[in-house]
Ligand binder design. Structure first.
Ligand code: 13P
Length: 246
């Protein structure tokens, strides 16, 4: 079965009103066929995007709480009100820099899905874990923390495999390396629900650019990408969108 492809731009703590305008104008000139595009800017820029556009919006984080005395946090309902329909959860930068645990990530996923957001759960290993041949073990743990106790979340999620050694380094995983882990993820999830596992979108992230994207998209278990740096350049991101439709 050919999946509808999904391309997600993670702007991280980059971008401005000017970038909102240039990306919006560039993407407006493309008709997406068999492809959904999601832009995840910093929270403050969500409202800068026009109501009418040919792509969806997402956030880069969400609170596990629904409301209350949580200074600096943003709830899933508030994100929906700001026109976001997706949210990135468990990005390695937040796992490392904000000490997010598997338990917290599971709680965020639950809060997001209950509110009606589609979570994009990020998983991936460090270089050291790969060298020690622990990649599958690490990813299984990250998946099980979310789905083993709450398998119903699986049907509502997207998963992004982002090897930490490939993020922002210019060194993407090879298409074969990425495909092998995507196949592992699908097989692992099939133990919980095989029908959902065959349908779930698995994105690859880590130094995706206009040059390497086609070979990644050609892999059978890669259904799109989570793009960082290259999503900040309108022309290159448009090129990645075109490749995802081929
Ligand atoms: P880069 O594409 O800049 O490597 O970032 C990947 C990433 O972390 C996307 O979430």
């Amino acid at each position: 079965m050919k999946h509808q492809q999904l391309l997600v731009a993670n702007w991280k703590m980059n971008g401005s009103a000017e970038l909102v305008d240039s990306i919006s104008a560039t993407l407006a000139g493309i008709t997406f066929t068999g492809l959904d595009v999601v832009i995840c800017p910093p929270f403050t820029l969500l409202h800068r995007f026009a109501e009418q556009r040919n792509f969806a919006l997402g956030a880069q984080n969400v609170s596990q709480h629904s409301a209350g005395a949580y200074t600096g946090e943003i709830s899933a309902a508030q994100l929906l009100e700001a026109n976001a329909t997706y949210v990135i959860i468990g990005h390695s930068e937040r796992r490392t820099l904000n000490a997010e645990t598997d338990e917290l990530i599971a709680a965020k996923l639950k809060a997001a899905t209950e509110a009606g957001l589609t979570p994009i759960l990020c998983v991936g290993e460090t270089l050291e874990q790969r060298q020690q041949e622990k990649t599958e073990q690490v990813i299984a743990r990250q998946l099980d923390a979310v789905y083993a106790s709450q398998p119903e979340l699986l049907a509502k999620s997207v998963i992004a495999y982002e090897p930490i050694w490939a993020i922002g380094t210019g060194e993407s995983a090879s298409p074969e390396q990425a495909q092998a882990i995507h196949a592992f993820i699908r097989d692992h999830l099939a133990q919980l629900d095989s029908a959902v596992a065959s349908k779930i979108k698995l994105l690859y992230g880590g130094s995706v650019n206009g040059e390497n994207c086609s070979a990644l998209f050609a892999q059978p278990d890669i259904n799109g990408a989570l793009v960082g740096g290259a999503s900040l350049k309108a022309a290159e991101f448009a090129q990645i969108c075109s490749s995802a439709q081929e």
